[in-house]
Design a protein around this ligand. Sequence first.
Ligand SMILES: C[S@@+](CC[C@H](N)C(=O)[O-])C[C@H]1O[C@@H](n2cnc3c(N)ncnc32)[C@H](O)[C@@H]1O
Length: 385
Amino acid sequence: MVTQVVSLSHGDQTVTALRPLLEIFSPRDGDRVESGTVKGGAATCPITGFTTSAASVKRQLTQQRGGAQNSRLYAVYVERNAGREFRIATPDDSTAFLRAAAAALEVLHKDPAAFPTEEINPIRPYKNSRGLSAVTRIGCINFGDLYNARQALSIHVLYGVLRRLTLDRCGLDHPFLLALKTALAFAINRGVSQNTSMSRWDASRLTIKGAFSKQALAVVWDFAEANPFSGGSADWDGAIEWVRRFIEGNCSMDRPGTTVRASATTIPLPSDSAAALVTDPPYFAAIPYADLSDFFYVWFRRGLGESYPDLFANELTEKAEELVVTNAQKGSNGQTKDDSFFRLGMAAALKSARDVVQSQGIGVIVYAEGTTAGWEAILGAKPSR
Ligand SMILES: C[S@@+](CC[C@H](N)C(=O)[O-])C[C@H]1O[C@@H](n2cnc3c(N)ncnc32)[C@H](O)[C@@H]1O
């Protein structure tokens, strides 16, 4: 039995490395699946049968800022030509993790903000919408708390390679290099969602699911960590393939598009200039879009900030102008983002849309809102013309 306890720390970043007490995670009976160890937030020790109450589990996780850094590897899934197998984690697996954890601390020693230090907003956006706030209930403070050391290191290393793709090294022209780096960043960020302490193991498909099974982060009791170069689920090849399919699917367009970041309340186009307007406006209080975007933005900014300095000037995404009903954010004048804020903003957005569309043009509005309040708000947001 290996009983090693290693704690590595730098500032407030601590990695209590694995204590590979291998027997703990060995099945008692190879033919029988034991019952689960967590129910309603309470955890039962598989050895002693002692149940720790939900309140105590939460307190302990909170002391560990969510616990991702103290998580322990207990099983490994392997696909080989001959078939698939689950095996118990070995000392070699633990040593590999420890080496990654030590390398992560080296990185943080040189740059304490190498992994995302931006705070997660703990305010729950609305009664039926959690946004990112659930993980703050178990002590996660910043976005870096959502990853174990090896997960964060792997994302950091991939973005490091991306940043080193420069004109003099690649010999590509600037627009092509920028497009290439952007596409690669999408692939890396695909891995961000599939490589966190909220990434689920899909036992029916034997694959890793991303962190967003719905439009909110949810706490999971055990998570899957992908080897980015495994050739299996959630690996780098899969992420590249996903981006490739997207690009190919959109190649049929015969002319390039232009993207502008601006508020829909003041569309930066001349009056009567557009033949059509197609829009999918925000769904009232259902989804805190910008809050959720921050999950990806903090990594994009680290990898692409120098490529797009204007787009990534802010530490987090802009929220003041966002037309959603939420308790988690305020408007630009400090106003509450309530029904009235939404109606006034949508009225301005629809008026601006009407101004830029030609009189013979068309407008398409997709609104899949599920609440009466949301429908009343958008129907009541008529532009005064
Ligand atoms: C229903 S979603 C659209 C999703 C989009 N069709 C897609 O598939 O990704 C509504 C979007 O409107 C954005 N939004 C909210 N307020 C806005 C504003 N003032 N100006 C521009 N966009 C805004 C939200 O941040 C969100 O991304």
